[in-house]
Design a protein around this ligand. Structure first.
Ligand SMILES: *Cc1c(COP(=O)(O)O)cnc(C)c1O
Ligand code: SF4
Length: 469
């Protein structure tokens, strides 16, 4: 043994190969490794309507499509006595008031804890119940992100200098209550007539022509709607057209599918092959083609998800995740940390967590910026930096994505936070509003008074403008 190693061994007995290693870090709590247990049971058989469905059938993407729940009647058909008549009545009331069409995959429906549907995080995201709805915030508008104002061609938003958002279609495998694009996505509902963003050749040509005419654009978000709904030929068509444009260096196919219907990756081989083909062609051209998906809660990740993600990993397809931060779903450090670590475990990179946008009929799902700040602080440091999502506010009025912590001012009493976006819209100020239910009774009443409302907003803007950084 050399002199230096002897000295090291004296200082730290663990350095001596013959003595047991001293674990300076305490033993782990097994609960902190929960993210590694992915359920592999036939969990769907607990749903009375599907108790006889075998694995091969359940994994078939067409079976999932055919059995999607789109009405209270179909819900009752599936869950039967698992849900109480009172709960079903409550869901019926929710369906009537919802600005978003309802559609939930059998995969997700089976993952709901039917012994306590009111508190279940998956139920909260997809099945509205009348009794939990809260009145909308008075500052809400239907397209709160002004995606249509920044659109040179219908369904193509050009807000940032080098990237565009291309909404290629307006349907999804499921409909999320909290969808930011409820102004366009999904069928018309009792309360909203939607803007049409159908997958028509003519609209796509106009959008592709615009992208071709813009050498400043390097990055395209191909979204919707949901790319799970594109046919393999459409994936190839869009992919090849974009890859052929010299200035386009990267694009993403956005789909919530991996989170809500992971079996399609395994059983719709034509779809998965089409994506793989475009990713491979991109690699040969040194262009980056990836998938962006949308998991919000650890319960959405199962052994089926892992099999889908393993296949994408083998195919060399990178998947990133964007979550929406939602009350009663993932607004705690424990749930968010587990989600981030579980995603990382199946090789999905957590990219963003968005503070819930101002969307109609979803006030009960929104959280304050303060809650986001607290949770972010506890999540950061729990895993690799590249697997730690950035917490964002997508500033209402078209300011774009801002680091949630970067507000110019934040008045926790009125719930107003003010952001600027110098690289996107110079010299403008953007306000975000916390949900009313977390504010004092007096301030809640002030928000209902148009004069006081204007005063609160003007005061917040004045305070933000007075601040020198
Ligand atoms: C989110 C978004 C993008 C992509 O932004 P990234 O921060 O690169 O993920 C592009 N355009 C619009 C309009 C968007 O909302
Ligand atoms: S999958 Fe995406 S676009 Fe479709 S409803 Fe959900 S959030 Fe909206």
């Amino acid at each position: 043994m050399s002199e230096t190693t002897t000295a090291a061994a004296a200082k730290n007995p663990s350095a001596n190969p013959t003595t047991p290693i001293v674990h300076k870090k305490g033993q782990v709590d097994p609960a902190s490794l929960r993210h590694r247990s992915l359920r592999t049971d036939e969990f769907w058989r607990r749903i009375p309507g599907w108790k006889d469905v075998d694995e091969a059938t359940f994994l078939h993407h067409l079976w999932q499509e055919k059995h999607a729940i789109t009405s209270p009647a179909r819900l009752v058909e599936a869950v039967q006595s698992l849900a109480s008549p009172e709960f079903i009545k409550d869901v019926e009331a929710g369906f009537h008031q919802a600005p978003m069409a309802v559609r939930i995959s059998p995969y997700l429906l089976s993952l709901i804890d039917w012994s306590d549907p009111y508190h279940d995080p998956i139920r909260r995201q997809f099945l509205p119940v009348g009794s939990q709805l809260e009145p909308d915030h008075p500052m809400l508008t239907l397209d709160s992100l002004h995606e249509q104002d920044d659109a040179p061609v219908p369904g193509l938003t050009h807000r940032y200098p080098d990237k565009v958002l291309f909404l290629v279609l307006d349907t999804c495998p499921v409909y999320c209550r909290f969808c930011t694009r409820s102004y366009a996505v999904g069928l018309d509902t009792d309360v909203v007539d939607k803007v049409s963003l159908k997958a028509t050749d003519e609209r796509w040509e106009r959008a592709l022509q615009y992208i071709a005419e813009r050498p400043d654009v390097e990055d395209v978000v191909v979204s919707g709607g949901d790319c799970y709904r594109l046919k393999p030929d459409q994936i190839r068509f869009l992919g090849e057209r974009l890859l052929a444009m010299p200035h386009i260096r990267r694009f993403r196919f956005a789909t919530k599918g991996i989170a809500v219907q992971p079996m399609k990756i395994l059983t719709d081989t034509a779809w998965t092959d089409a994506v793989t083909e475009i990713v491979d062609k991109g690699k040969k051209l040194h262009k980056d083609v990836v998938i962006h998906t949308h998991f919000n809660h650890p319960n959405e990740i199962t052994g089926i998800t892992q099999r889908a993600c393993d296949l994408l990993m083998e195919r060399g397809v990178l998947v990133r995740n964007q979550s929406v931060f939602q009350r009663g779903v993932n607004d705690s450090a424990e749930v968010m940390t587990e989600l981030v670590r579980k995603l990382s475990w199946v090789n999905v990179h957590p990219y963003y967590v968005y503070v819930h946008d101002l969307v109609r009929g979803t006030e009960d799902l929104r959280t304050s910026v303060a809650t986001g700040v607290q949770v972010e602080k506890r999540v950061r440091g729990s895993t690799a930096g590249f697997n730690t999502p950035l917490f964002l506010v997508d500033a209402p009025g078209g300011g774009g994505k801002r680091d949630m912590h970067s507000y110019e001012m934040y008045d926790r009493e009125t719930g107003i936070s003010v952001y600027t976006a110098p690289a996107v819209k110079k010299d403008q100020y953007f306000c975000m509003y916390d949900p009313l239910s977390g504010l004092s009774a007096r301030v809640q009443a002030d928000w209902q008074d148009p004069a006081k409302r204007t005063q609160m907003v003007n005061d917040a803007l004045a305070a933000a403008k007075a601040r020198v950084i």
